[in-house]
Structure formats: structure tokens, C-alpha cells
Design a protein. Structure first.
Ligand code: ADP
Ligand code: F6P
Length: 339
């Protein structure tokens, strides 16, 4: 009896595996360094498993316009070290509508895409989930510089972006020290403060402003700047997260209140570019391969992650319901070390 049940399960899995013949891959939302390494891993793992691969240009926007190309192993040659995404990326309003989602699923079927790998953030995963509900097998790979995906400790692109920002902030610090100024440096991160927190620690910032701690007191910062000067420090670095913003006006207010020259630098999109770090390339490669293998195992509506030192996968709905908070202890340490 037990043997029969086992055989039935095996037959079921075999059946699903048989159905995966063509894998589609797209990048969606903001680009992130390492996305190319992930695409390369998807393409080559799928080809190694005897599957066909179709690349979808410009995310869901391109899918709805049938911008679909066949991909060979050579199409991803010489890409692992490149920033951006060779498939291009986009944001697509229509994908948020039921009509758009149905059209996207129908196009996947038309092109024989029975397994779709979506590289992007939470929004992109929500799109993948909708497609899974409409019968397209989907797996998401976390690709965003913001590190704001709750189900994973790591997102492709964060390591490169945080290093890029760190190097830029070091340069601002040089000039800030020379002029004995206060510098406000705004980093990206949308509604999340991870880039700000990491730069704050790595650059030894005196102050870190993050959306997660939005009720900061500007008067207290002004007082701290004055204290900082008394302690003999030659500059005062504020890392301000994009989610707080207002850096230019903040600089004017602080200069007026302290009498200390204050400049604002908004790092902007330079944080999203550049050649991916070793870490981004390796994690992207493993996650890309894993996404294909999950589809081959008959899994769908999954997202790959890296949690507690291991590569894991979650149901997309569960993943999207998860929450992650900025580690308060790390934030407190950053403050202590800025003495
Ligand atoms: P990210 O994937 O980095 O979070 P966005 O939030 O901009 O970036 O989402 C990328 C794209 O994913 C959107 O432009 C849209 O096409 C699609 N998307 C976002 N949210 C949903 C949703 N709730 N349902 C369907 N598609 C969505
Ligand atoms: O999600 C990545 C990100 O770079 C965020 O940090 C930022 O808020 C947003 O994308 C910027 O988007 P855009 O490129 O559309 O200006």
C-alpha cells in the first residue's frame, strides 16, 4: 500500500517534470548588479538540464508586448562581470490588473514557457504569484539593492551597492574633513534603511537617519553637532536614507542652526550601477541555478532566499507576508562607535 502511494507520487512528479520544457527568465523593477550573473545561471542551468530558454526583455512590460527571444549559452557569455541587466527591466502598471495578468499568462502559454524565473523585488514576486495562480510555474529570485525582502537575509545587488556607496562616502568625508563641514549624504533604499545602516557603520557616520526610525529629533542632531565639534572632531557625517529624504533643505536648516557649513550629497543611481562584487556574482549564480532546479522538481509559486547561512525557498504568499525589522542592536552600536 505504502509502495503504491509512493509510486503514485513519483508518477505525479515525473509528470510535472515532463511538462517543464521551456524556461522563461525576466528581470523586473529596479536593476541591481548581479542580475546578469543570475540570468546566466538560469540560462546555462536550464540548457544543461536539456531545456529551452526564452529571455523576456523589459520585465512584465516586455512580456505583455511579446518581447521574447531564444537564449543560448553564448548569449550570456561575458556578462557575469557586467552591472545592470542584459534583458533590460521595467515597471509595468498593466501587470497589476487582472486583465494584464491573464494576458501575460496567455503569452507564456503561447510561447511554451512552462516555467518562469522572475528576478526582482517584492512587487515582481507579487506578479509572479498572480501568474502562478493562472497556471504558469514561477520562481522568484531576490534582486534589489534595497535588501528589503523579508524572506531572505541577502538580495542580489546589495553588496555591490553598499560598497559603491561606502567608497563614495569616503570621498565626501575627505573634503568634509578638509573644510571642517557637516555632510549629509543621501543613500537609496526606497522605504528601507539597510543601505543607510550599513554605510553608517562602514563609514563611521556620526548620525544615521532611516525611515524605520523616522521620529528623529533635528534639534538633538544640531546639539550633537555642536558637542561633536567640542570633542575635537573635524567633520560630522549624516547618512540620510532616501525614505527620509529632504537632504538639501535639512543641510540649510542645520547650517543655520549650527553656524557650521553643511553640504548635502545625493548619491542617486550611481549606487545601482557597476560591476558586481564577488558576493553578488556567487549568490546570484547559485540562486539562478536553484530556481531552475526547483522548477524541474515540479515546484511553483516559490521564491529563493538565503536565510541563516543556507539557501532556502518559500511559498511566495508566505514570503510576501513575512516582515523584517532593522536590527536595533546594530543601530545602537553605530551610535556608540560614532563617539
Ligand atoms: P520590485 O520588484 O523591485 O519590488 P516594483 O514594486 O516596482 O519593484 O514592482 C515591479 C513590477 O512588478 C511592477 O511594475 C509591476 O509590473 C509588478 N507588480 C508589482 N506589484 C504587483 C502586484 N500586486 N500584482 C501584480 N504585479 C505587480
Ligand atoms: O528599488 C531600487 C531603487 O533603486 C530604490 O532604492 C529607489 O527608491 C528606486 O529603486 C528608484 O527607482 P527609479 O530608478 O525608478 O528612480
Amino acid at each position: 500500500m505504502a509502495e503504491n502511494t509512493m509510486n503514485e507520487k513519483e508518477r505525479f512528479l515525473d509528470d510535472i517534470e515532463d511538462r517543464i520544457r521551456t524556461i522563461g527568465v525576466l528581470t523586473s523593477g529596479g536593476d541591481a548588479p548581479g542580475m546578469n550573473a543570475a540570468i546566466r545561471a538560469v540560462v546555462r542551468t536550464a540548457l544543461a538540464r536539456g531545456l529551452k530558454v526564452r529571455g523576456i526583455r523589459r520585465g512584465y512590460h516586455g512580456l505583455l508586448r511579446e518581447e521574447i527571444i531564444d537564449m543560448s549559452a553564448r548569449d550570456v557569455s561575458d556578462t557575469i562581470q557586467r552591472g545592470g541587466t542584459i534583458l533590460q527591466t521595467a515597471r509595468c502598471k498593466s501587470m497589476r490588473t487582472e486583465e494584464g495578468q491573464q494576458k501575460a499568462a496567455a503569452i507564456c502559454k503561447k510561447y511554451g514557457i512552462d516555467g518562469l524565473v522572475v528576478i526582482g523585488g517584492d512587487g515582481s514576486f507579487a506578479g509572479a504569484q498572480k501568474l502562478a495562480n493562472l497556471g504558469v510555474n514561477t520562481v522568484g529570485i531576490p534582486g534589489t539593492i534595497d535588501l528589503d525582502i523579508a524572506c531572505t537575509d541577502y538580495t542580489i545587488g546589495f553588496d555591490t551597492a553598499v560598497n559603491t556607496a561606502m567608497e563614495a562616502i569616503d570621498k565626501v568625508r575627505d573634503t568634509s574633513t578638509s573644510h571642517e563641514r557637516c555632510s549629509i549624504i543621501e543613500v537609496m533604499g526606497r522605504d528601507a534603511g539597510y543601505l543607510a545602516l550599513w554605510c553608517g557603520i562602514a563609514n563611521g557616520a556620526e548620525c544615521i537617519l532611516m525611515p524605520e526610525e523616522h521620529d528623529f529629533d533635528e534639534a538633538a542632531i544640531v546639539a550633537d553637532i555642536m558637542e561633536n565639534k567640542k570633542r575635537g572632531k573635524k567633520n560630522y557625517i549624516i547618512i540620510n536614507a532616501e525614505g527620509i529624504g529632504d537632504s538639501i533643505n535639512m543641510a540649510k536648516r542645520i547650517e543655520e542652526a549650527t553656524g557650521i557649513e553643511t553640504r548635502a550629497t545625493i548619491l542617486g543611481h550611481m549606487q545601482r550601477g557597476g560591476s558586481p562584487t564577488c558576493k553578488d556574482r556567487v549568490y546570484a549564480s547559485i540562486m539562478g541555478a536553484m530556481a531552475v532546479d526547483l522548477l524541474c522538481q515540479g515546484k511553483t509559486n516559490r521564491v529563493v532566499g538565503y536565510k541563516n547561512g543556507e539557501y532556502v525557498d518559500f511559498d511566495i504568499e508566505e514570503a510576501l507576508a513575512m516582515k523584517k525589522a532593522i536590527p536595533q542592536y546594530q543601530y545602537d552600536i553605530a551610535k556608540t562607535l560614532a563617539l
